[in-house]
Design a protein around this ligand. Structure first.
Ligand SMILES: [Zn+2]
Length: 107
């Protein structure tokens, strides 16, 4: 496979940097405010499902095929994307696990 052109390399880096900057801005909003306003709380309530949608979308794209491989990566399933998502979502040190535990405790 030929290497991509320097122009495409620059374009891909700009795209990647733009996505990283977008994520950093969202992360900054969560940490910048000492006391959240009602608007901040409302934004967080909307942001959580949005982030879950992003994660779910990645998992849907990296589904298991009948051959035991990822339909996108074509690597053995779980592919690195699914493995990474699993590690982050199931990490007991992260809020995802605590949030789910609290939700089940309220049932
Ligand atoms: Zn994959």
């Amino acid at each position: 496979m030929d290497a991509i052109s320097p122009v495409l390399t620059d374009a891909f880096q700009l795209l990647r940097d733009d996505l990283y900057e977008h994520l950093s801005e969202a992360e900054f909003l969560a940490t910048k405010v000492i006391e959240w306003s009602d608007e901040d709380v409302d934004a967080a309530r909307i942001l959580i499902p949005d982030l879950v949608l992003v994660i779910r979308g990645l998992l849907i794209e990296h589904q298991l095929t009948p051959h035991g491989t990822c339909c996108i990566c074509t690597l053995e399933w779980p592919c690195p994307v699914v493995t990474r998502i699993h590690a982050l979502v199931k990490d007991p040190e992260r809020e995802f696990v605590a949030l789910v535990r609290r939700a089940h405790a309220d049932e």
